[in-house]
Ligand binder design. Structure first.
Ligand code: PGA
Length: 236
């Protein structure tokens, strides 16, 4: 059963998110699709959506707090309002654009783990590391597990090479399977691939050994494309 997740990043409004979620919900229901589907809208578009059990709304980021003085952040008080119990942690844009350190990420992970959240934990190497070979890539990726409880029961991993995110350059099947098999040998958790996954390549990628689904940005923002992505992977 594929796990298919859409990361909206800084896209969609409250209104367009609601129509997207409702459309995906109807699509899953009317086609009896049982794939595990996640949507991560912007924080401003979180809401209490009435969805089938296999469609889950999550948050792209939150601070390791219930509430308090953390300007620009949200905590569990805001998530509880909409019964959000799923969070993305360690996304490359938070690491490399927003400057979140591994120790901050580990602290966030521990906080949300303690509360039983489903965590989609992202790892992945930048281009210069990839260019220095598989061994260096794995070393880099393993460092991103520092301070992370990889035995946590509610954990899904997402391998997203930074150079493939939002660039249109997807990792090759060989790149994906070599990293996935190495991670899988150490950590027995569902492992998604992310990085320029599209309608046209999602089925092939999700069918690879060691790939349990996909975390998708750009290609998932159009609701018809996201439906097609779900359709293309529903039997995998
Ligand atoms: P992309 O983003 O599909 O636009 O490459 C993937 C991600 O960042 O999760």
């Amino acid at each position: 059963m594929s796990i298919i997740a859409s990361n909206f990043k800084t896209n969609h409004t409250r209104k367009s998110t609601a129509s997207f979620v409702n459309e995906i919900n109807e699509f899953l229901k009317s086609n009896d699709i049982l794939s595990e589907v996640y949507v991560f809208p912007t924080s401003t578009a979180l809401d209490s959506f009435d969805t089938v059990p296999n469609l889950t709304l999550g948050v792209q980021n939150a601070y390791a707090t219930q509430k308090g003085s953390f300007t620009g952040e949200i905590g569990t008080e805001q998530l509880d309002e909409f019964a959000i119990k799923t969070i993305l942690i360690g996304h490359s844009e938070r690491r490399h654009v927003l400057g979140e350190s591994q120790s901050e990420i580990a602290k966030k992970f521990a906080f949300y783990k303690e509360l039983g959240y489903k965590i989609i934990y992202c790892i992945g190497e930048p281009l210069e590391v990839k260019q220095s070979g598989l061994e260096k890539t794995l070393e880099y990726v393993y460092e991103q597990f520092e301070g992370i409880d990889t035995n946590y029961e509610n954990l899904i991993l997402a391998y997203e090479p930074v150079w493939a995110i939002g660039t249109g350059v997807t990792a090759t099947n060989d790149d994906i399977t070599s990293v996935h098999s190495a991670i899988k040998a150490r950590i027995a958790k569902p492992l998604l691939y992310g990085g320029s996954v599209k309608v046209g390549n999602v089925a092939e990628i999700c069918a690879l050994d060691g790939v349990d689904g996909a975390l998708i940005g750009t290609a998932s923002w159009n609701v018809e494309d996201f439906k097609q992505i779900i359709e293309n992977t529903k039997d995998l």
